[in-house]
Ligand binder design. Structure first.
Ligand code: GDP
Ligand code: MG
Length: 165
């Protein structure tokens, strides 16, 4: 069984963008509508591990489908991904700051036994103001500040993943 890395986080933090960056190909659907990636997408990378993208967590407002069903499906994906993972990339939005769903996810990961790398995304430039530095206290170690959109911080993140592989 390949070393498996799961990307998790609430909707719209940039998980699918990050997946595509790390996978080096446009595979995971990225859409401006939060929660659009509902299926677990996996890819075996040349780096020698399997990467998983998940849909997001919790209730997504403004969805046309039955919200309860989506929530259950997405939560199922997250459980499945975390169970299958050797390492979790927990993604938060550095510009928006922390929301209740981020804190729930942090709690869930803290209770579990998986190794976690905290990824603070949307830090597009060196001067991007990071809202809410509370995640430094999550206990997941030094967060990785990245921009999945622009590729910032990707080589350092890749190295950190490979080191734990
Ligand atoms: P997901 O729901 O967590 O999979 O998030 P997506 O990857 O679909 O991205 C959600 C939105 O955030 C999209 O509009 C992306 O263009 C945007 N986004 C993702 N990463 C970044 C980033 O590093 N910087 C900025 N400025 N926007 C980003
Ligand atoms: Mg997505």
């Amino acid at each position: 069984m390949n070393f498996t890395v799961a990307i998790v986080g609430r909707p719209n933090v940039g998980k699918s963008r990050l997946f595509n960056r790390l996978a080096g190909k446009r595979i995971s659907i990225v859409h401006d509508m939060p929660g659009v990636t509902r299926d677990v997408i996996t890819r075996d990378l040349d780096d020698g591990y399997t990467l998983m993208d998940t849909g997001g967590m919790g209730l997504v407002e403004g969805m046309s489908d039955t919200p309860g069903k989506i929530v259950n499906a997405v939560e199922g994906q997250i459980d499945f991904s975390i169970d299958a993972a050797d390492l979790v990339l927990f993604v938060v939005d550095g510009r928006e700051g922390l929301m209740a769903l981020d804190k729930q996810m942090a709690e869930r990961l803290r209770r579990g036994d998986k190794r976690v790398i905290l990824v603070v995304n949307k830090v597009d430039t060196e001067t991007t103001a990071i809202k809410d530095k509370e995640f430094y206290r999550y206990g997941f170690g030094e967060p990785h500040l990245v921009s999945a959109e622009h590729g910032r911080g990707m080589s350092t993140l890749r190295k950190a993943v490979l080191k734990l592989r």
